[in-house]
Design a protein around this ligand. Sequence first.
Ligand code: ATP
Length: 255
Amino acid sequence: MTDEMALRVRGLRKRFRQVTAVDGVDLSVAAGERVALVGPNGAGKTTTLMSCLGAVAPDAGTIELLGQHTRRARRAALARVGFASGYLPLPPHLRVLEFLTLYARLYGAANPGEQARAGLRQFDMDGLADRWGSDLSSGQRTVIGVVKATMHAPALLVLDEPTASLDPDVALRVRTGLLGMCREQGTALLITSHNMVEVERMAQRVIFLAAGRVLVDGPLAAIAAQLGQSSLEDVYLRLQEANAGGKATNAGAAS
Ligand SMILES: Nc1ncnc2c1ncn2[C@@H]1O[C@H](COP(=O)(O)OP(=O)(O)OP(=O)(O)O)[C@@H](O)[C@H]1O
């Protein structure tokens, strides 16, 4: 882990026609830190992530990825970032190992086949190596997407609802693999999820977004204590209630 920030976003704004999706978001993820972005449907989580990754062009704001301003040096920064979500497709006419080996080659691995196998082992998914992309279930495709996103040991891993379509056993394997990787390699993590148990297990800090704005940002224990709640689920419901009533709660620690 270095002193370099993995991600620093300031004043991010994005509007889609009549909808303000992101309305002045500031957030940061330190090197090696695990942060969850949570909030109700339509809060602006995916738009924030996509802006950070360059897939959405923001209307305003600055984004620094791994010390690089994305307007100037996005490509160099993105080479050290991994991204996975439950909605990315897989090529149907490649076997899983071929697909991963192709990516390992693109990542510049010295031994792409071995790197692909190691990626599958990390998530206990060796059994899928010879399966065709077209034959995988949506959950299996999701896990292979996570393997693809992590094989090159990224400095920052961005995950958009990575376990939404996974059964509890596979979701546990994915979480265990990810946490092991973050600890061993010092990978920073920015994850969105609607599963509050998952957020409690994966994240050291939680950023709660509603209507495109950050309501709370801080370690879960500090937020829970400040709001007098015992679980993230209760914190979530309390914040959503306050936000719906127009009383945004500023319970957060500074990012
Ligand atoms: N390409 C787009 N065109 C028009 N509106 C969009 C587009 N993408 C997102 N939006 C709108 O922006 C708002 C934020 O959407 P976003 O997908 O970022 O929310 P989210 O927090 O990720 O939601 P969810 O939890 O449901 O995935 C929503 O009102 C959505 O309808």
